[in-house]
Design a protein around this ligand. Sequence first.
Ligand SMILES: *[C@@H]1O[C@H](CO)[C@@H](O)[C@H](O)[C@H]1NC(C)=O
Length: 522
Amino acid sequence: MVGSKLFLIFLLVIEYCGCANILYVIPFTSKSHYIMLRPIGLELARRGHNVTVITAFREADHPPNYHEVIVDDKEIWDVTGGKRPNVFTMVEISAEDFHDKILWGGGYGFTEVALNSTEVKKFLARDHKFDLVICEQFFQEALYILAHKYQAPLALVTTFGNCMRHNIVIRNPLQLATVTAEFLDLKEPESFVGRVRNWYFTVYEYLWWKYWFLPKNEELVKKYVPNLKEPVPSLFEMQRNASLILINSHFSFDPPTAYLPNVVEVGGLHLSRSDGHLPMDLQKILDDSKHGVVYVNFGSNVRSSELPLEKKNAFLNVFKQLKQTVLWKWEDENFENKPDNLVIRKWMPQKEILAHPNIKVFLSHGGLIGTQEAIFNGVPIIGIPIYADQYNNLLQAQDIGFGKILPYHDINESTLRHLVNDVINNDYYRNKAKEVSRRFKDRPLSALDTAMFWIEYVIRNRGAEFMKNPARDLNWFAYTMFDVYAFVFVCAAVVIYIVIKLISALLQFLGSNEDLGKKKKN
Ligand SMILES: *[C@@H]1O[C@H](CO)[C@@H](O)[C@H](O)[C@H]1NC(C)=O
């Protein structure tokens, strides 16, 4: 009796909150991606939705309406074949090489690992109904087909900012003069050379992506997701019809850009709700450092212990002369000649560390997640970019004024000492960091609540067809107005031609009259 009453209340609650069945597809096994993507699934579940997550990460403690379908845990190097390289060597790599050697192969490999995982195969073989499919947009387009399989609207989420691949497909303006490809490092993006480079890279990426990478993803669909309802849309079409794209940027830090209503900035989403706290030992170290703390962490993929000896020594020689405590994420247990003011840990609760008021500066590789954590907490950055979007994030921080870039090849004792002392002792950086922090948080809704609003909006409006750009259905010359400009050009050319002809005829006429007059006089 009590049970059935409870069940009735349960049904009422479901009715009341308009709870939906949501499939959340984030199988990419990179920890830094998961840090941003994790709160979306958990928060949807907390709000009462029935959430099924295809993921590589198991949550220790999750609500009962949060279901995990776990993919095989593989590292990118297992998938691309070969050994994990020393990540510091990737400083040299061009944006094109980064795509050729890592992203395309890694993306394809990960997508196949996900589709071929035991739990995923079992899940796909059963019958399910979903009201929305949310996929990460990161070189795993084959998974978009799940939205077609379940005949549900598709929402996308990216762990980085504005990018060509979503803009071009949903017909958001590309804005290449100010929006730099996310993995391209340009010293002066708005100069002529910078814009040519950006244009060239965008064309390169687009052609390879559309005509080589997407077809390879289509093969994965055929192989692993058979028996789809005909006609099966192409993956390009799937993305074109995405109802919503959540991107990890915010105009208070990233360059302001034009967005369609279904492209929504949710930068800093993982910082919206704080649930963590510092472990006791670190809390004490940070509290007791009365001169402040220098925090060093080159991210989850880069291992500090792979630093070449002369660079490691440069760091150590500078650090040991500081009166500040230095907290360094160092993955190796052995550390010879460790200075007294240096504290090493294999892993750092970064979000909580950066929130501590004694942090003076963050020495970082400039990954977006860490950069946003520094922004959120108003901490100045010294950035050593290694690969991917790191250079762009740091350039933005440097332009705004709360960060300094130290190119990897320039690391030596004197550059490092100069920069560290400058950033610690000059209030300019800290003030700028505080200013950006304040404006980063100054929003009508927190980033996470913004994401929730728009996801639920798309569910309420069954895909919100009306939000999508009608220009998606135009061909490229209608969309770019090329036909109209060509027409105007031809009309103008005809008019100019006629005017020239008339004038020359007139001149000829006048000339021959003059000749006639001259002849008469003679
Ligand atoms: C929630 O989703 C799971 C699939 O992961 C499904 O088996 C279950 O029936 C769903 N529950 C409700 C109440 O729809």
